[in-house]
Design a protein around this ligand. Structure first.
Ligand code: SF4
Ligand code: SF4
Length: 147
């Protein structure tokens, strides 16, 4: 379990305007890994009324560095992407819940704006308070492998 405090995340002082768009699943279908904290496993297994070991065996493996991640099924981007939505939305992993406020996205305006290429929620909706942005990015930094 990676819950040692790591470095403090750098958060740029610009406006983080964001609103997730109904019907969009672009962040679920981008290339890349979904890493899991131990809490993620506990919550998702409970949500699915499965045992944690059963969940790990069905949906997870370890990468070459020993970090726990979701496996990718052969026929779609994620085991839990069903009918255009996350079927474990209420218990989805921290990495998914925190998107787009990942440490590598929030330090510089350029990195944030680059996300608008695949996330239509960037730059629309309310300005998210900086302390909320920082809390989400720091939670990822503390609980997940660094990207
Ligand atoms: S890509 Fe952006 S708008 Fe689309 S589901 Fe993900 S967070 Fe929401
Ligand atoms: S767990 Fe849910 S939110 Fe995360 S990638 Fe899979 S379908 Fe998308």
């Amino acid at each position: 379990m990676k819950q040692v405090l790591k470095k403090a995340v750098e958060v740029g002082s610009f406006n983080f305007r964001f609103e997730c768009q109904a019907g969009c699943t672009n962040c679920c279908t981008q290339p890349g890994e979904v890493y899991l904290s131990e809490d993620d496993v506990t919550r998702a297994a409970e949500y699915l009324a499965a045992g944690e070991q059963e969940f790990r065996e069905a949906y997870c493996d370890l990468d070459s560095g020993g970090d726990l991640r979701l496996t990718t099924p052969p026929d779609k981007a994620c085991h839990f992407l069903l009918e255009g939505a996350c079927s474990i939305h209420e218990a989805k992993p921290l990495q998914c819940r925190a998107f787009p406020f990942w440490p590598e996205h929030v330090g510089h305006k350029r990195a944030w704006k680059r996300l608008s290429g695949h996330c239509p929620g960037i730059g629309v909706g309310a300005i998210i308070p900086l302390d909320e942005v920082r809390a989400m990015a720091q939670a990822c930094e503390d609980a997940l492998p660094s990207g």
